[in-house]
Design a binder for this molecule. Structure first.
Ligand code: ADP
Ligand code: ZN
Ligand code: ZN
Length: 749
């Protein structure tokens, strides 16, 4: 036999598979990781195909022998191998790169050791009590026999606190043939032991029942792709749990994707409570050891339910029955690292391949997914009511221009201050949302308009200082992290009228503490959540009621379910609305609806106050009315008129260089190359709108100047030769600059 091996070395010269001889009598399955000779080195690789004879007619004796298998079972399941092939074709990159997505990084680099522990177990047929009676002179042995009486193996470590220094006694019992001592693989669990108190499902609401009636039959048949549009608090999680339970009953596994585990600890808790140790968790904050162990638990079939972030879509679940994508509208499902992929598309392809059901779920579906549902790619399932007949929260839009006219210069409107006061007096909780961390958004000169910008990025710097702190604080660049002390006079004109504008989460926190002395607050933004468990600690503190006000960025918009929250304030809705991105209205609608959805989830009525300078904006009005359809129809026609996705594919070539002139000229040269290509391919030219080379929206990042060539493609297939050309142009190494190709990126800066 001849094995075709893709080596784990990313270089264009080794992108194709190499042939190795499988020695007589040995077998190496497809998907196995192996060690192979390459030139004078040994490298790791993955067997992607087995052939009877070398493909290029080479005599087999010329081939080198394949090395040992690196794991005890093939690392890659056949459907995942096919998925890697498909992704490589779509991303125009070597297979070795997409294969990397499928395995934990630490497993490839071999840094993680498998963990073993010594276990003791009673030999079958031994009567523990009788044997203990017989050990009257050796009380330690008697106690140990009684501890092992149940027959289940117990870790020696676990026995140590119960019996002082048990090793000698255990050895004696083993020598007497009463017990067995054995090394077993143990898994580093991300959150310790799972407690055994599994929960029962509640009685379903009529909406939940209808949704399940629509989806469960498809799950049983192993097919179907659904878009579940359920308002906030409609009990979508319970629908996922019921579907997973059904998949497990049929002997199949399930994957639940969530935007970010750290922000949805409640989701993991629900799954663990329902499915116990069958649940595995995969996310970026695990240690290498934990990630590898969870991955192995899944691969070996100990855990058949996976809750994880984007990359968990590649989890090695065998016999997959279901993939659920919670909050499907979140940008985190688009990977921003090479090779880029959209977890929603990958899930769709994986489900079709493996006969599994796909459920995309959201209170605010993305324009793209809702449009696909209308076209029939997904079956639309709706849950328009909250559980237990709870009303959706009341939303009031406050015009901040009026506040200013009335002499209120605070960042809070009169209404928000009043309602916050009432909420706190009644001992309830509030959440304040602001899409900007730090203290002030920017520092500028009132005389000449100078704005303090980062020296390496074309972006204004943000003031950070601790609430109540006396020091002037620090200006920080949110792009590259650079810091400087705020100037006291304008570096351009020398004026002393240098002032702070806008506000961030730190400022909001300080303002709340000033207005309501003695109130405890929790602030959640990137600055307060750097540690491994920081998110969980802050959320727990709020959950236990040790703080009354939770202040945060979009982090607090998702999935949180705190029953005592009755008031939600959106401090500045315009910040998202004014983003330089065609998706700004969509993001604003999603944020307001999602944040508003945090209020009034448990019987206490919820109220939401949205502060804005543009109260008449249709997107803010639709969000206030919580009218998804109105928002969708409007936004859909706007996208059609402006030739934005889903009507086109946005693609760009981005050039970065430390020299502005190099970046500009390279972009212009690329424009010419693409134009020349299109001129000789009229069929493609007709379906492409290309804009002239130009500065990127953020002209400089980390000292790199950025120019781009932007294109809108209509009706191009995935394997479009134009996209292949763009990928090829981006692949060229050129010392003076770096060229990237991006297709429908999550953000375009
Ligand atoms: P969503 O994800 O749709 O916003 P959740 O799944 O978080 O909503 O559910 C909201 C709340 O309703 C949770 O506290 C959940 O325990 C509760 N819940 C869900 N289903 C039911 C039900 N059938 N009966 C009573 N309470 C329910
Ligand atoms: Zn000035
Ligand atoms: Zn910077």
């Amino acid at each position: 036999m001849v094995a075709q091996v893709i080596v784990d070395v990313v270089h264009t010269n080794v992108a194709h598979p190499f042939s190795y001889l499988v020695p007589e009598g040995e077998s190496v399955p497809v998907g196995a990781r192996v060690s192979v000779p390459l030139g004078r080195r040994r490298v790791d690789g993955i067997v992607v195909e087995l052939l009877e004879a070398p493909p290029d007619g080479l005599p087999p004796e010329k081939l080198r022998s394949i090395g040992a298998m690196l794991d005890d079972c093939p690392a890659l399941l056949p459907p995942l191998l096919d998925l890697a092939r498909e992704l490589a074709a779509q991303a125009h990159c070597p297979l070795a790169e997409t294969l990397r997505l499928m395995l934990p990084a630490a497993m490839r680099t071999g840094r993680v050791k498998r963990k073993k522990a010594l276990y003791a177990r009673l030999m079958p047929g031994v009567d523990a009590e009788a044997a203990a009676q017989a050990q009257r002179r050796a009380p330690k042995r008697a106690t140990l026999l009684r501890l092992l009486a149940g027959g289940a193996p117990r870790a020696v470590k676990e026995l140590e606190p119960l019996v002082h220094q048990p090793r000698e006694a255990l050895n004696a019992l083993e020598a007497a043939g009463l017990i067995a001592l054995e090394e077993r693989e143990v898994f580093r669990a991300p959150e310790g032991e799972v407690d055994a108190a599994l929960t029962q499902p509640p009685e379903w609401t009529p909406d939940q029942r209808e949704a399940l009636d629509a989806m469960l039959p498809a799950l049983r048949r192993g097919e179907g792709a659904f878009l579940l549009h359920g308002v906030t608090g409609s009990g979508k999680t319970e629908v996922y749990l019921a579907m997973v339970a059904e998949a497990l009953r049929a002997g199949r596994g399930a994957i639940i994707l969530v935007p970010e585990i750290a922000l949805t600890p409640q989701m993991v808790r629900w799954f663990r409570a329902r499915f116990g140790p069958e649940t595995a968790v995969l996310h970026s904050r695990l240690t290498d050891g934990q990630r590898c162990d969870e991955w192995r638990r899944i691969r070996l079939g100990y855990a058949r339910v996976v809750v994880g972030a984007r990359s968990a879509v590649f989890a090695p679940v065998e016999n997959l029955g279901l993939i659920v994508i919670d909050e499907e509208h979140e940008q985190t499902y688009l990977s921003d690292k090479h090779p880029r992929y959209d977890a929603r598309r990958v899930a769709m392809s994986r489900c079709a391949r493996e006969g599994a059901t796909l459920v995309l779920s959201s209170a605010t579906p993305s324009i793209l997914s809702f449009a696909m549902a209308r076209r029939g790619d997904y079956t639309l399932v709706e849950m328009p009511r909250r559980v237990r007949g709870l009303p959706l929260p009341e939303v009031t839009v406050v015009d901040m221009r009026r506040e200013l006219e009335a002499g209120n210069r605070s960042i809070f409107s009169q209404l928000l201050i009043e309602r916050l006061g009432e909420c706190l007096r009644e001992g309830r909780q509030a959440m304040l949302f602001l899409n900007r961390r730090g203290y002030n958004t920017f520092v500028s000169c009132r005389s000449c308009g100078y704005v303090v910008k980062c020296e390496r990025c074309d972006l204004s710097m943000t003031l950070h200082r601790e609430p109540g702190g006396e020091e002037p604080g620090k200006l920080r660049c949110h792009m590259c992290g650079a810091e400087r002390t705020p100037p006291t006079t304008c570096p351009e004109c020398g004026s002393r009228y240098i002032r702070y504008f806008g506000s961030g989460t730190q400022r909001v926190e300080e303002e709340v503490r000033r207005l309501f002395p003695g109130v405890e607050t929790v602030r959640m933004d990137i600055d307060t959540t750097r540690g491994r468990d920081a998110h969980a600690k802050l959320l727990d503190r709020f959950g236990r009621g040790e703080a009354q006000v939770l202040i945060g960025t979009q982090m607090i918009a998702k999935g949180l379910d705190f029953p005592r929250v009755t008031l939600v304030g959106v401090v500045a809705a315009d910040m998202t609305l004014n983003l330089p991105d065609y998706r700004a209205p969509e993001r604003t609608f999603q944020l307001i609806t999602q944040v508003a959805g945090r209020a009034g989830r448990a019987g206490l009525p919820g109220e939401v106050i949205v502060q804005t300078y543009k109260p008449e904006d249709p997107c803010i009005r639709a969000a206030a009315a919580q009218d998804y359809r109105a928002f969708f129809e409007r936004e859909f026609s706007r996208r059609r008129a402006g030739l934005y996705p889903p009507f086109t594919l946005l693609a760009r070539l981005l050039v970065e260089s430390p020299e502005e002139e190099t970046a500009r000229q390279t972009a212009e040269r690329l424009y010419d190359v693409v134009r020349t290509y299109l001129l000789s391919h009229p069929a493609q030219k007709k379906r492409t709108l290309m804009l002239r080379a130009d500065e990127a929206p953020v002209k400089r990042i980390r000292g790199q100047f950025r120019y781009h060539v932007l294109m809108k493609l209509f009706d191009h297939p995935d394997a479009s030769p134009l996209l292949a050309l763009l990928a090829e142009l981006a692949g060229v190494e050129d010392g003076a600059c770096t060229i990237y190709c991006e297709v429908n990126p999550a953000t375009m800066m």
